[in-house]
Design a protein around this ligand. Structure first.
Ligand code: FES
Ligand SMILES: [Fe+2]
Length: 411
């Protein structure tokens, strides 16, 4: 349970909210790379309650600018994308990838140099990794070092990103990802289809948690009885919003919950395989089935269908949740908690320990940032989990820390 004040501090990101200022200091996933086509349509991107436009220039570079035209505020999402610049279709002002005004046809030619000098438009540095464009929206002129994501090292056909735009606060997405005990309940319909870790999670719905703080966040182990052995799902939380969770199969997944604004979030699912291209089963796998047709917001497939598309007839036939897909179950539950869940009314138990520890780290971190600008993890910005999340079955007397360390492949 949290006080109302702490809940506000943790969740609000719009305007001058301290959490918004803190989160902006991290590289933020913004738009799928494939959505930006050279000289193609610019894309509106809302982050932290502010509106931006992303586009790919003629030469392949990505521009990321404030959405409003500096002249009189027309949306640059409507602009023409040509000659490595956006041309506002209202009066034709042209702004290049670097945010410089390079043409003002509505003014005498001799005024261009002076205007270009004086007019500024917000422009932001970007990087591409894992099929995603990441942006830095913080206050510093020089962006922080870009993280060394394991999915950044594989060929393009080894990695795929899917996004859901959810009608709820970003922290609900992050907390849902870290909460291992719901796997055995909410996702039980799929457990039997998994020969790996998810199948083993079915055997014990009340895991015991252990955790270690790390330089980049927290390592959580959810420990379940599994016959005479123990099955351990190790999730790596990387501040401030990313979790590598064990899939239990040979593909890997990172889930990231980022704020669109106080009451909306963008949840990223980046799945990759180190050794070979993602196979056909990406389209039939119970995580992704039926969703890959709407990769930029798969919730649009169920919006307007009531109860997030839950099918009661499926439930009558024995399906537990009535959802035809595992990640839709998560999204529906997170939205059902309300736009910003009131954490002062919760009744928490021992299985909520991962959520509690994460909130504590978040609160400490946002307060430290308020005090002196400290950004958690910045001392060693390139640190990353060596395993990116693993599931291991070990003897009842075994040590999961040693066993997990033996699985490391990203050090
Ligand atoms: S509003 Fe964009 S050129 Fe006038
Ligand atoms: Fe889930």
């Amino acid at each position: 349970m949290l006080s109302h004040e702490d809940n506000e501090l943790l969740t609000r990101v719009d305007g001058e909210a301290p959490m918004g200022a803190y989160l902006r200091e991290y590289w933020t996933p913004a738009v799928r790379s494939q959505r930006l086509i050279a000289d193609g349509a610019p894309v509106q991107v809302r982050l932290f309650g502010e509106d931006f436009v992303a586009f790919r220039a003629t030469d392949g570079r990505v521009g990321f600018l404030d959405e409003s035209c500096p002249h009189r505020g027309a949306s640059l999402a409507l602009a023409r994308n040509e000659d490595c610049a956006l041309r506002c279709i209202y009066h034709g002002w042209k702004i290049d990838v670097s945010g410089t005004v390079v043409e003002v046809p509505s003014e005498p030619a001799d005024r261009l140099a002076d205007m270009a000098d004086k007019i500024t438009i917000g422009k932001y540095p970007t990087r591409e990794a894992g099929g995603v464009v990441w942006v830095y929206l913080g206050v510093h002129d020089d962006p922080p070092a870009f993280p060394q994501f394991p999915f950044d090292k594989v060929p393009a056909d080894h990695v795929r990103a899917l996004v859901a735009e959810t009608h709820c606060n970003w922290l609900q997405a992050v907390e849902g990802t870290l909460d291992s005990s719901h796997v055995s309940i909410l996702h039980q319909a799929w457990l039997g289809q998994s020969t790996g870790s998810l199948g083993k999670a079915a055997e014990d719905s009340a895991p015991r948690y252990e955790s270690d703080e790390t330089g980049y966040g927290i390592r959580f182990a959810a420990i379940r009885h599994c016959g005479d052995d123990q099955h351990v799902r190790v999730t790596e939380f990387v501040m401030p919003w990313m979790a590598y969770i064990p899939t239990g199969d040979e593909d890997r997944v990172a889930i990231i919950g980022t704020p669109i604004d106080d009451e909306h979030s963008r949840q990223w699912f980046i799945r990759w395989n180190d050794d070979h291209p993602l196979t056909e089963d990406t389209d039939t796998h119970f995580w992704y089935r039926d969703l890959t047709g709407a990769p930029d917001d798969f919730t649009e497939l169920v919006r307007g269908r009531g109860s997030w598309g839950q099918d009661r007839s499926l439930m009558s036939d024995g399906h537990f949740s009535g959802f035809t897909n595992l990640i839709l179950e998560d999204v529906a539950i997170q939205e059902s908690q309300g736009p910003i869940v009131d954490r002062s009314k919760e009744k928490l138990g021992t299985s909520d320990i991962a959520v509690v520890k994460t909130r504590r780290l978040m609160l400490d971190s946002v307060r430290a940032h308020q005090e002196d600008g400290t950004v958690f993890g910045r001392k060693d910005p390139l640190a990353r989990p060596g395993t990116a999340g693993v599931a291991i079955t070990i003897e009842a007397t075994g040590d999961w820390r040693t066993a997990a360390a033996g699985e490391a492949r990203y050090v």
